[in-house]
Design a protein around this ligand. Structure first.
Ligand SMILES: Cc1ncc(COP(=O)(O)O)c(C=O)c1O
Length: 480
């Protein structure tokens, strides 16, 4: 692409991005589309001769944009609501332009060293102690897999040479509210699904530590090796916070690795008023925090902090001759900390975000999200026919419409409310299941979400519930 063409299109594209971010709330959050319609609108094969960028960008506007579920919309409340902030987007644009590969120091000195600096800044912001060393992965799923692989190496020192064959069964423990990525990691590590045990939670959906202790003790009596315990600080369904200090004591007693999944909740540790809820997480062997969830950084960016980085390196280091270099003794080789060899320069966008907002700016925005979530929960609690099903610790609210008339159709009614809210294009929410019941979830996490947005969501929810119930749509959706 000739430089002049790049300059013209680059300006046009950055103008488009700026307009998009400024006007994102004018789009329907969720598109009105049927699966397959986007595929059908596109040619089945790549062009023989290149298309012009003007044609390509025209298709971007006419095909791609209408197919978006707008995660950057202030009324996107699904999953964990996130934000690609201005500084994060600019960092990502520059990362794409530089296109460096941070495999080893030599392949990109600055990507290696900025990852050292940025993750150490984040460690200090979160109040994690010095021995923790951070590396950036794509997702928490990868970070957790890598942490558990390090734990496996500690529990079975022979595993690097011999594999797990013939060795006593090992097990990883997490609460029944833990994210599925933990069980997936256990499966991928060769422990099988029987190598994973969930522990019940209390009425606040926090891990029952006595049950954890009892479960591990029984397993040990049967010859099972406790490999790791995973505590979650900010669970996916309700954002509940496991009592990590007590979990740490049990893990220590049994010599098990403690991994903390703070993929979502971690940034809240920056708030002085919430720091006590994280007490004890500094005793973990590893902690994952995702800046791409609640730290205004575009996906993907997941920081794995490890107190025993040598164990991570032992699990993953394998250096082919062409990647060996004299600097390996004095600088980290980031390829040694996980499966990926090629690594994006992800620290650049995180560095931009941390510098642009500063600690105070990040704290103020996270605190605002929590206040909005708590306010929404207070409105729901006060409304007859509605109930909040879990304490609002962070910025997620789990609730349910429980009208008398719903009776045995209450789950269907809530599913129907969800579908109708999302089809309206005015907001996007998701659901979960708690104690066997369908529950609606609102996560506040977008930087542009205001109190007015949340008020509009609450009005919409009540209107939709009323109309769904009046039409008997909940019951109808089950065919009954
Ligand atoms: C608590 C928790 N842990 C881990 C994950 C997985 O995150 P990722 O998509 O980065 O793998 C999620 C996803 O929402 C989550 O809620």
């Amino acid at each position: 692409m000739p430089p002049a063409e790049f300059q013209r299109l680059g300006r046009e594209t950055s103008d488009w991005i700026a307009d998009y971010l400024a006007s994102v709330r004018t789009f329907p959050v969720f598109p009105s589309l049927k699966p397959g319609s986007i595929r059908d609108a596109l040619p089945a094969e790549a062009p023989d001769f290149g298309d012009s960028m003007d044609e390509i960008l025209a298709d971007f506007r006419s095909v791609v944009v209408p197919g978006l579920n707008h995660w950057n919309h202030p009324a996107f409340y699904g999953y964990f609501s996130v934000t690609a902030s201005g500084p994060g987007i600019l960092g990502e644009m520059l990362t794409a332009a530089l296109n460096v590969n941070a495999m080893v120091w030599r392949s990109s000195p600055v990507a290696t060293e900025l990852e050292d600096v940025t993750t150490d800044w984040l460690r200090a912001l979160l109040g994690l102690p010095q021995p923790f060393e951070g590396v950036i992965n794509d997702t928490a799923s990868s970070s957790t897999l890598y942490a558990l692989a390090a734990a496996r190496g500690v529990a079975y020192p022979e595993v690097q040479e011999d594999g797990l064959f013939g060795l006593p069964r090992g097990r990883v423990y997490a609460s029944e509210q833990a994210h599925s990525s933990v069980e997936k990691a256990v499966m991928a590590m060769g422990f099988g699904r029987r190598g994973y045990r969930t522990v019940p939670t209390n009425s606040r959906f926090e891990m029952d530590v006595d049950a954890l202790s009892e479960t591990i003790r029984r397993d040990v009596d049967e010859g099972v090796r406790p490999v790791a315990v995973v505590a979650t600080l900010g669970t996916t369904s309700t954002a509940s916070i496991d009592p990590v200090g007590e979990v740490a004591a049990v893990a220590r007693e049994h010599g098990a690795w403690l991994h903390v999944d703070a993929a979502y909740g971690g940034p809240a540790a920056m708030l002085p008023e919430l720091r006590s809820r994280f007490a004890g997480w500094g005793e973990a062997d590893s902690v994952v925090v995702n800046p791409h969830k609640w730290l205004f950084t575009p996906i993907d960016c997941s920081v794995l902090f490890c107190r025993r980085p040598d164990e991570l390196v032992r699990a993953f280091s394998l250096v082919p001759e062409y990647l060996s270099s004299s600097e390996a003794a004095s600088a980290r080789s980031l390829m040694d900390y996980g499966v990926s060899l090629g690594r994006r320069f992800r620290s650049l966008k995180l560095w931009f975000v941390l510098r642009y907002f500063g600690r105070q700016g990040l704290v103020a925005r996270i605190r605002h999200h929590i206040e909005l979530a708590r306010e929404l929960a207070s409105w729901i609690e006060a409304e007859p026919g509605w109930s909040v099903l879990a304490p609002v610790e962070l910025a997620a609210v789990a609730f349910r419409y429980t009208s008398e008339a719903g009776g045995s159709h209450t789950d269907e009614l809530n599913h129907a409310i969800l579908e109708r809210v999302n089809a309206s294009g005015a907001a996007f929410i998701t659901h979960t299941s708690l104690n066997g019941q369908t529950v609606l979830r609102v996560a506040v996490g977008n930087i542009k979400t205001t109190r007015e947005d949340v008020e509009q969501l609450w009005t919409l929810l009540r209107e939709v519930a009323e109309s769904v119930e009046a039409e008997g749509a909940g019951a109808a959706s089950t065919g009954s």
